[in-house]
Design a protein. Structure first.
Length: 386
């Protein structure tokens, strides 16, 4: 019999919508014991919150997240608010014994992340961090190919995550839509916002990053603050590039900017090993490119006239998650990554495999981000704490 899972959603923006959709869809496609119930949503603007509650059929509303967390009828708190609120909400929710879904980046910095980890582990509450790109079927397939030994000894990992929406100096910082440009709310610029995703994917596919050296730049030094109207210094990194040494000895390059004219959400990676390579581009999300050098069945080199990059259309029933959706050849999209992740989370609380990434795992990503920013400031290689 289905068990209700009462959700308390904090935030009604981009991620509030993406997660609400996943809660509503998950049991239409994945059969789980729990049925998410959209019990309450929380936000400060009554009019916008009411519209959100109506659009997604939330039963009740709260204007203060502390009141939401104190409610006995809420099982799970979903943190879909800007980064500077993650720590306080997660720590308070854990103390009340709530399960937690937290958006990325985990926190403003690793020190906050450590407090969050302590709180959830002391409370023993199930938790997940929403690095949703792991649940793009093509990226999950890349992980499968790595785990099957098809890449062999890894040599290089290359990640790029570029956008272009902050090129104009007239874009303000701060406020509802542009809190990502305000360092006091976001914690960092592209490092925490975009490269955190790239780092999570990289460490999942290629193991931990041990050491980094980085360069960042803030191209526009001052912007008007949307809330105060004052022109203030910009504290975020507009671009970040770093070199990484992985524990397995391979070398990585990571690049991110919000000044790549024409790029909207250009998130790519390539992993090159002795036996093969994989390449992924989020602008072509259902394709995984795979180069097979060694035939994994025979262990021998693929005949020269047959080598070449394969474009795998990741929509077969045999591909990750795809037997839950449509028929082969029919693609899924961005929102499905959240549903796939939620399905895995529910499975984990129902006795299935432990969910990853959890807060412990996301803390390592945060430590890499901190090391990157430290290196950009001091110009030296920085070790990432284990
Ligand atoms: N996984 C992803 O790919 C992905 C994509 C976008 C954003 N994010 C992350 O999700 C989080 C939210 O980002 P977003 O794009 O949804 O932002 P958004 O600006 O669209 O929405 C933020 C919401 O938080 C609310 N909010 C702000 N302060 C609040 C408070 N004190 N109490 C209650 N509500 C408050 C705002 O009113 C708004 O509804 C961020 O941490 C961001 O990094 C992740």
């Amino acid at each position: 019999m289905s068990k209700p899972l009462n959700v308390g959603m904090i935030g009604y923006g981009f991620m509030g919508r993406a997660h609400s959709n996943a809660f509503l869809q998950v049991n239409h496609f994945f059969q789980r014991e729990h049925t998410p119930v959209l019990k309450a949503c929380c936000g400060r603007n009554k009019e916008k919150l009411s519209a959100f509650a109506a659009a997604w059929s939330y039963e009740t509303m709260e204007s203060d997240w502390r009141k939401l967390i104190a409610r006995k009828d809420i099982d799970l708190i979903d943190v879909c608010v800007p980064n500077n609120l993650h720590r306080d909400i997660v720590v308070a929710a854990a103390k009340k014994g709530k399960m937690i879904i937290c958006e990325k980046p985990l926190a403003m910095n690793a020190a906050e992340g450590e407090e969050m980890l302590k709180a959830v582990e002391a409370a023993g509450v199930a938790n997940m961090v929403s690095f949703n790109y792991r649940r793009v079927p093509a990226i999950s397939l890349a992980k499968q190919l790595v785990d099957e030994g098809r890449i062999g000894r890894p040599f290089h990992y290359r990640a790029v995550y570029n956008q272009d929406y902050t090129i104009s100096p007239n874009v303000p910082q701060g406020g509802a839509a542009l809190w990502r440009l305000d360092v006091d709310v976001a914690g960092s610029g592209v490092t925490g916002d975009l490269l955190a995703h790239s780092i999570d994917t990289a460490e999942w596919l290629n193991g931990p990053i041990k050491k980094v050296v980085a360069s960042t730049e803030t191209f526009i030094k001052q912007r008007m603050h949307a809330e105060t109207g004052k022109v203030q210094p910009v504290g975020i990194d507009d671009t970040c590039m770093f070199l990484a040494i992985f524990a397995n000895g391979s070398r990585g390059t990571f690049e991110s900017t919000r000044y790549a004219r024409g790029r909207k959400n250009y998130n790519t990676f390539e992993l090159n090993g002795a036996d093969g390579s994989v390449f992924f581009d989020l602008e072509d999300p259902h394709i995984l490119q795979y180069f097979r050098y060694t035939d994994p069945k025979t262990g021998s080199k693929v005949e020269d006239h047959l080598t070449g990059w394969q474009r795998i259309h990741v929509t077969n029933f045999e591909h990750p998650y795809m037997n839950k959706w449509w028929v082969p050849g029919c693609t899924i999209g961005y929102e499905h990554t959240f549903t796939n992740g939620l399905a895995d989370f529910l499975a984990s609380i129902e006795g299935g495999p432990a969910f990853q990434p959890d807060i412990r795992c996301a803390l390592h990503t945060q430590r890499v981000c901190d090391a990157v920013l430290k290196s950009a400031a001091n110009g030296k290689w920085v070790e990432v704490p284990a």
